[in-house]
Write a protein that binds this ligand. Structure first.
Ligand code: PLP
Length: 362
């Protein structure tokens, strides 16, 4: 007897484990496991989505032209070089499929967002993870890991789950040090939250050459993770590749409508940013003061380190927080088994979180 065998690499993929969304036996929970925007979706996006119901027998616009126009207007970018995806996850997968294959190398950093590894393995490529410094992507280590087989480099900026970032000058040094035929993908899923002057999401690097892509998402600050929507800003030849290999109707009509409304709701965006700017430092300081080191984060979440000993470790913390209905994210999949990632939520959620962590510290 023989049976079908998947291509090399496929069985090395550990299936993606999403953040938990419930606790057995708990009716009311506080989900802080997926970095979903604290304020939920923009009211304008909810209205626009509801209005699409009567027309869902129609296929959507395959190129999502109106959405690309709206994104281009909001960000001052050429809409012809914006490609939308069913989440930025889809764009990551398409970029890998477009530029890497068996025996090629996909390069990223040690504790990077896990999708790069999954996408690389799914095409049979070798995934190389350069060491980080202080849980931060290290440009010198990335450049040292480049080989003639490197086809595509992913950097999450800021990174999930660490919350750390690389300043614009360092990103420019990375691009300048990479061979011209290597695609650099800057995943700026949390760009809207970053308040540092030396940070840039990556538009100008895209514009400067023909080999850099910036990806963005509607799943975080815009609160639209449920409709699956992301976009990539690309040089023209890379946009062309993505259009050739994406499925013809990859963005559904409700997602397009919600995205157009969300990107125009600047009040909601400002409120979300202000909320994070207030509560990110508050939880970071209070958790650290309780005795658990917090990696300095510029996103809408914190990475917290727990002790090694039983009773005070990340597993014990997870169980303790569950008693308060709190659901953080275990990040063993990112090789950070001693840590938990916790999303910035609403004020009462953050007060419950800090109270629970202080009680855990004893
Ligand atoms: C959440 C996240 C994404 C994925 O977002 P989707 O658009 O929901 O697929 C991409 N990159 C990073 C770093 C993320 O944290």
């Amino acid at each position: 007897m023989s049976e079908p065998t998947p291509r090399p690499g496929i069985l090395e993929i550990a299936p993606y484990v999403p953040g938990d969304s419930s606790i057995p036996g708990k009716a009311r929970t506080i989900k802080l496991s997926s970095n979903e925007g604290a304020l939920g979706p923009s009211p304008a996006a909810m209205r626009a989505l509801a209005e699409t119901a009567a027309d869902i027998h129609r296929y959507p616009d395959g190129g999502a032209a109106a959405l690309c126009e709206a994104i281009g207007r909001a960000h001052g970018l050429d809409p012809a070089r914006i490609v939308c995806g069913a989440g930025s996850d889809e764009l990551i997968t398409l970029l890998v499929r477009g530029y890497a294959g068996p025996d090629d190398e996909v390069l990223t950093h040690a504790h990077a967002f896990v999708m790069y590894r999954l996408a690389g393995l799914s095409v049979g490529a070798r995934v190389v993870e350069a060491p980080e410094r202080d849980l931060t992507a290290d440009v010198d280590a990335l450049l040292a890991a480049v080989t003639p087989r490197t086809r595509i480099v992913f950097i999450a900026n800021p990174n999930n789950p660490t919350g750390t970032y690389v300043p614009q000058a360092e990103l420019e040094r990375l691009r300048a040090g990479l061979p011209d035929d290597v695609v650099l993908v800057i995943d700026s899923a949390y760009a809207e939250y970053v308040t540092r002057n030396d940070y840039a999401a990556g538009e100008s690097l895209v514009d400067r050459g023909r080999n850099t892509v910036m990806t963005r998402t509607f799943s975080k600050i815009y609160g639209l993770g449920g409709v699956r929507l992301g976009w990539a800003y690309c040089p023209e030849p890379i946009a062309d590749v993505l259009h050739r290999i994406r499925s013809p109707f990859n963005i559904n009509a409700p997602a397009q409508a919600a995205g157009i409304a969300a990107v125009g709701d600047t009040d909601f965006l400002a409120r979300s940013r202000d909320h994070n700017a207030a509560w990110l430092p508050w939880i970071s300081e209070r958790i650290a003061a309780a005795g658990f080191p917090v990696t300095p984060s510029v996103g809408n979440f914190v990475l917290v380190e727990f002790a090694a000993e039983e009773g005070q470790n990340a597993e014990a913390a997870l169980a303790h927080l569950a008693r308060y209905g709190l659901i953080p994210r275990a990040v063993g999949g990112n090789r950070l088994p001693g840590h938990l990632r916790i999303t910035v939520g609403l004020e009462d959620e953050m007060r419950t979180l800090v109270e629970a962590i202080e009680a855990f510290a004893g």
